[in-house]
Design a binder for this molecule. Structure first.
Ligand code: NAP
Length: 299
């Protein structure tokens, strides 16, 4: 019987731990964890994401600040805001919502965030700490950190002897995910668009992670019987069966057929998706504890 990995449930337990951590921090040190989210322009999807992050931060008991800047904001104005948030002792986490309007240099902005406050885990210092296996002092990119918790909900902390294949090599997900799996002692292969015979590479995996952005690309025949399948993809496709003009979300894995073969699998939606925001909250409380000279709760 295939185990359906319930990302909503795992995310809810992370949020409970964050709430507890936030109230303990306020009680013992008088510090309220602060998260500042910066959004530039009026992309509706970005506004929806930012709104959800702000609401969750409030639910966690954080000081939740949103800076909404017009689309014509200059590089200097945005850099100035990040500089002031870097100096603001009441702010422990800074998130600049991506993508930024095309005239802005997103990488320069991300790299200007103090690494200790980079709760998206995208600063090269945090990427570098993960690359050398320093999980104790850096901040890890939220989606791979969340996907790793889902892997841990099935396997033990130690993945010794297990073969993991990550399809996708983005800086946002594929590379950090491969490093997290390696750090947990899995034998890791990173596949991408230039990989030859991807299906047979994937079939070697005890843990198969798909982060490609191609709807239902991973078929049942790509999955080793009993494997754990983590589907990171979020793809909106037409769903004429639901009525004219309707759409639905699917992952990078052909869920219905792959779940007949997998030992455990994440659904889309309700798998990796809810973990991203939960890990953003976890990173913020981690940053607040560290800046208060305390060891942060573990997630
Ligand atoms: P990305 O930057 O576009 O990277 C996609 C990766 O997939 C690239 O490494 C690319 O290889 C590889 N790829 C593309 N086509 C391929 C093919 N036919 N065969 C093998 N590999 C192929 O995407 P991303 O940011 O990592 O995101 C991937 C997916 O995860 C997207 O669906 C995105 O929406 C989703 N996502 C979800 C969350 C969440 O919160 N759940 C967060 C982030 C991303 P090359 O490098 O060779 O081009």
């Amino acid at each position: 019987m295939t185990h359906i990995i319930d990302g909503k449930q795992v995310a809810a337990s992370v949020i409970e731990a964050v709430k507890q951590g936030a109230s303990d921090l306020q009680r013992t040190k008088g510090v309220k964890a602060g998260l500042a989210v910066v959004i530039v322009g009026d992309d509706p999807a970005s506004h929806a994401y930012v709104g959800a992050k702000g609401r969750m931060a409030k639910q966690c008991g954080f000081n939740s600040i949103q800076h909404t800047l017009p689309a014509q904001t200059t590089q200097g104005e945005l850099a100035g805001l990040v500089a002031s948030l870097n100096e603001d002792a009441s702010i422990h986490g800074i998130l600049v919502q991506l993508p930024l309007p095309k005239h802005l240099d997103a990488d320069a902005i991300i790299q200007s965030i103090r690494p200790e406050k980079d709760v998206d885990g995208l600063h090269v210092v945090n990427a570098g700490k993960l690359a050398i296996g320093d999980l104790a002092t850096g901040l890890i990119s939220c989606t791979p950190a969340g996907a790793m918790l889902l892997v841990r909900s099935i396997h033990t902390e130690d993945l010794s002897g297990l073969m993991a294949v990550v399809i996708g090599r983005s800086n946002l997900f594929g590379k950090p995910m491969a490093q997290l799996l390696l750090n947990a002692n899995a034998t890791v292969m990173t596949a991408h668009s230039r990989t030859k015979d991807l299906a047979s590479v994937a079939r070697g995996a005890d843990i198969l992670v798909a982060a490609v952005g191609r709807p239902e690309m991973v078929k049942a025949g790509w999955v080793k019987p009993g494997a754990t399948v983590i589907d990171v993809g979020i793809n909106r496709i037409d769903a004429p069966e639901r009525g004219e003009g309707k759409t639905r979300l699917v992952g990078d894995v052909a869920y219905a057929e792959a779940s007949d073969v997998a030992g455990a699998i994440t659904p889309v939606p309700g798998g990796v998706g809810p973990m991203t925001i939960a890990m953003l909250m976890a990173n913020t409380i981690t940053a607040a504890y560290r800046m208060s000279g305390l060891t942060s709760p573990s997630f």
